[in-house]
Design a protein around this ligand. Structure first.
Ligand code: 13P
Length: 227
């Protein structure tokens, strides 16, 4: 499975170095993807993780103050990048998200497109809106490279556990448009509920936010995932 450790906007330089040291003691058969803040990329030295990015620019390299392009990420051996995370969405248009996916595909970074409903009962309608858009505007080559991450907004950072049934219903909707792509799940995952979540047969991996910052609990989560 693919396990994304989304550190979000956490850790000073010193804190990151301590965190990375602790993270280096983890062994797992799963693919660990660390998504730190940009300044920490040059400090990254783990052999048990690959690098992921929390974001990417819509533009290539050039006069774009404050942006980080896909080519720059590629030069740090970034393997995956998130696009459209709900914590960024209010600042992004669908066209911009599309451009981000295109920039990533151009340099061979795997885009992980995040989608999920704001309110539980609107799952179908909100997912379909994003999926239709992607289906209409991505080329078949870009579609092939895409990973979809189902992250219901109401479950992120809330401690509210999504049921297996609710995840399976999202997977069915996603599979209507992207039958061969990997689907990940994220939202309030912890070391206990992973035992239930891992039973979702359509899910190829998880996005871990808050718990990615706590190494001991992360170790327990990975143990529970193996057993
Ligand atoms: P939490 O695990 O803190 O709910 O965050 C999930 C998330 O946003 C991962 O991208």
């Amino acid at each position: 499975m693919i396990i994304i450790l989304n550190n979000k906007c956490n850790f000073t330089k010193e804190e990151f170095l301590i965190y990375q040291q602790k993270l280096s003691t983890i062994t797992t058969s799963h693919e660990l993807v660390l998504c730190p803040s940009y300044p920490h990329f040059s400090l990254f030295s783990l052999s048990n993780c690959v690098l992921g990015s929390q974001n990417v620019a819509t533009n290539g390299m050039g006069p774009y103050t404050g942006e980080v392009s896909a080519e720059q990420l590629k030069s740090y051996d970034v393997k995956y990048a998130l696009v459209g995370h709900s914590e960024r969405r209010k600042k992004e248009t669908p066209k911009e998200m599309l451009e981000k996916i295109q920039q990533l595909c151009k340099v061979g970074i795997i885009p992980i497109f995040c989608l999920g409903e704001e309110a539980k009962e609107k799952q179908q309608r909100e997912l379909e809106k994003d999926l239709l858009f992607l289906d209409n505007y991505l080329t078949s080559k870009e579609k092939e490279q895409l990973i979809l991450a189902y992250e219901p907004v109401w479950a992120i950072g809330s401690g509210k556990l999504t049921s297996q049934e609710h995840i399976e219903s999202a997977s069915r909707t996603i599979k209507k448009y992207f039958p061969n792509n990997k689907i990940l799940y994220g939202g309030s995952i912890d070391q206990e509920n992973i035992s239930i979540l891992k039973q979702c047969s359509t899910i190829a991996g998880f996005l871990i936010g808050g718990l990615s910052l706590e190494i001991e609990n992360l170790k327990k989560l990975l143990e529970n995932l193996e057993n």
